[in-house]
Design a protein. Sequence first.
Lengths: 113, 115
Amino acid sequence: DAGVTQSPTHLIKTRGQQVTLRCSPKSGHDTVSWYQQALGQGPQFIFQYYEEEERQRGNFPDRFSGHQFPNYSSELNVNALLLGDSALYLCASSGTGAAHEQFFGPGTRLTVL
Amino acid sequence: DAKTTQPPSMDCAEGRAANLPCNHSTISGNEYVYWYRQIHSQGPQYIIHGLKNNETNEMASLIITEDRKSSTLILPHATLRDTAVYYCIVRVAENIYNQGGKLIFGQGTELSVKP
């Protein structure tokens, strides 16, 4: 049973570019959350998707957008990249309802030059 | 902002119990306490969660005070592989049924298990 997978593992972009990160949830999970983790900090919640809709959103600008597909996989898009967007981007999946346990993927390391 | 306060770092001898404290004095009645850990460069790993009662699983025990304002994660026999950053999180539920809900991470406690 595969856990949460993310692609790519690493990515280097330049300021102003756009990036798309991908996440496949754990089998049987239908809810996907995205987090940003800057170096030396705890993860910060970006948004959560359920039934192909954004259910909750953290304090991130509109440059950060997402999508969930019918197979529950998800994408995180960031437009007009800034140097401060350099971080580890984590995807977490959970099941319907109480969804107590969120399973995290290994993350995508984004570097903006 | 995180709703929890943890010491930035702790040391523990291998084979001994590691007791990691957490303060969450503003916790609401329907909010759960969660513990995750993150080993360097990996995604966070779920450890345990609780609402009011003490909880135990194969990884750890969670002791929650009666007033729910603080809790302690106990790793009964710490090993070198338990060296990680441990996060105490109060989960903000989306609704009264504790569905959905984002995890708000603080800075965590960096636990070093030493031989």
